[in-house]
Write a protein that binds this ligand. Structure first.
Ligand code: C2E
Ligand code: CA
Ligand code: CA
Length: 501
């Protein structure tokens, strides 16, 4: 009466078997009920009773549909990521451990969406989970079908594949994933651009256990994270040392501000025609009590990655303002330009206020040096930033011009006051005819746009002469003076017998 057609034959066979053997049995199967198909747990028993020991069949069924659905839900909750439907860390980890126990080669990738924390602060949890669902599906679509994608949570995804994979495939898969993530994502009516870092590690080449494999991929991922934009890195043993050194540096840097280990040094910008100096660049110096000076090229990228650049940037602006004020009071007014990192422009909501305070402290002597990477991250935000600091009376210099992303079109569009030709532009690169033509064109263009040109890294009088012949106005470099503490800069200026405007 109530068994679905597809189960009728099996049920008849079961019942016949039951009468033959005379043994109780239990089975599960569906029935057609008025409310739809239900799953029933059946218990079938033979019961003898009465004086002639008549045999009866007692067949009882319990509806276990809800129970099964609950169990399925619990299983999914325990093994699946809610937002993306991908296996969660536990399921992925079990999978990995089984493969490794069987001695199967495994390729493992750790992926992190770099801007996730800010995005979550901006979008809220629900929307950022929606974003991660889109990310997961983009990644899923970008890997070959035999790769497993899982999500341990937050901004991270894991990708793994069993069997030995050659280098070509690792590179192809990484690139294909990064390409898939380079498109625009739309969440809550907003167009978002993401950056991701991928670390790749293989068992047994890089690790002897599941733990080690994850650690190796994470170390490679952290190395990829220190680069700007999206990138991937394949594990090498040196990366783990670098990671622990980096973590040590982060912790030390955190204390450096409180313990007065940071200083600003200053390098003059010299007018190529009359030798005057009216501005200096403030360059940060960190004197660690045990290991001595640590180069900003080493710790600034870490500070950017960990976010401590925000605190450092504030300190730089304040220290520069204090110095600029002191010079002005000594009757030696100098403009002081501070380096502002793209990460500050993007993440520090108080940056404008900090610069405003600095300007009012010193009477408006602060300029800002900004690299082109700011425009890569969010051109609109960078443009707004420039407008707002210009309104505070800060000059804005485009730093490291010519190092890769330069777009001449951008120069006309932005409210800059100067461009700083990068050192790599100034040093002879072999083809001096082409280089000469290029610098002349840039210099003319800048002049037409009303921008000053400051050549960086000038080390010889020969180069200075060349720059002069090209019509470039300002230069900065060791030929004149290295970055030095404020007091030394004053002695240098005295020794130069220069007119300070
Ligand atoms: P940058 O802004 O391009 O600074 C110029 C770098 O070139 C400085 O290195 C300077 O000492 C060096 N330099 C100057 N003249 C010459 C020269 O004639 N020859 C050579 N070979 N080098 C010269 P430094 O001080 O090590 O700074 C490195 C980078 O660290 C800076 O590059 C800047 O990007 C970053 N940085 C420094 N201070 C700060 C800061 O306060 N905040 C931020 N966000 N970044 C900073
Ligand atoms: Ca600079
Ligand atoms: Ca520079």
């Amino acid at each position: 009466l109530f068994l679905p057609d597809s189960h009728q034959a099996d049920a008849r066979a079961d019942i016949a078997d039951f009468f033959n053997k005379g043994e109780s049995y239990e089975t599960c199967g569906p029935i057609n009920a008025l409310v739809g198909e239900r799953q029933i747990h059946w218990r079938n028993k033979l019961v003898r009773c009465g004086s002639d020991e008549d045999t009866y069949v007692v067949c009882s069924g319990i509806d276990i549909t809800d129970d099964l659905a609950n169990r399925q839900r619990l299983y999914e909750q325990a093994t699946q990521d809610h937002a993306t439907g991908l296996p969660n860390s536990r399921a992925a980890r079990e999978h990995l451990e089984v493969a490794i126990e069987l001695g199967q080669p495994v390729t493992f990738m750790a992926l992190v969406v770099l801007d996730y924390r800010q995005l979550r602060a901006m979008l809220g949890w629900t929307q950022s989970e929606k974003l991660m669902r889109q990310v997961a599906s983009a990644v899923f679509g970008a890997v070959p079908p035999d790769w497993v994608v899982s999500r341990p949570g937050g901004p991270e995804l894991r990708l793994n594949a069993e069997g030995r994979r050659d280098n070509r495939e690792l590179v192809d898969v990484s690139q294909s994933v990064l390409r898939a993530l380079s498109r625009t994502f739309e969440v809550a009516g907003m167009q978002l651009r993401l950056h991701a870092a991928i670390g790749v590690a293989c068992f047994p080449e890089h690790a002897a256990s599941a733990d080690e494999l994850e650690m190796a991929a994470d170390a490679a991922m952290h190395a990829a994270m220190t680069r700007s934009g999206s990138s991937f890195e394949v594990y090498e043993s040196r990366l783990r040392d670098e990671l622990s050194k980096g973590l040590w540096l982060d912790a030390q840097l955190h204390q450096a501000l409180d313990q007065n280990e940071l200083e600003l040094w200053y390098q003059p910008k010299v007018n190529l025609y009359n030798g005057t100096v009216n501005g200096v660049e403030a360059l940060i110096r960190w004197k660690h009590p045990e290991i001595g000076f640590i180069s900003p090229d080493k710790f600034i990228p870490r500070a950017e990655a960990t976010g401590s650049i925000v605190r450092i940037g504030r300190w730089v602006a304040q220290a520069a303002a204090i110095q600029a004020k002191a010079w002005a009071e000594m009757g030696r007014p100098l403009r002081v330009s501070v380096n502002v990192s793209a990460k500050q422009v993007m993440n520090d909501l108080t940056l404008i206020q900090v610069l405003k305070d600095a300007q009012s402290h010193c009477g408006g002597f602060i300029d800002v040096e900004l690299t082109e990477s700011s425009f890569l991250e969010d051109a609109q935000k960078a443009r707004e930033f420039i407008q707002r600091v210009r309104a505070l009376g800060c000059g804005v210099h485009l730093d490291d011009f010519g190092t890769g992303y330069s777009s001449l079109g951008q120069l006309a569009e932005l409210e800059l006051t100067a461009i700083k030709l990068d050192r790599t532009f100034i040093v002879d690169r072999g083809n001096s005819v082409k280089q000469h033509a290029l610098m002349e064109a840039i210099s003319r263009l800048a002049q037409a746009l009303g921008l000053d040109v400051i050549a960086e890294g000038v080390e010889t009088e020969e180069v200075a002469g060349k720059l002069r012949s090209l019509g470039i106005q300002y230069s900065q470099g060791w030929h004149y003076c290295k970055a030095v503490p404020a007091s030394e800069l004053m002695s240098w200026l005295d020794g130069q017998a220069l007119t300070v405007i």
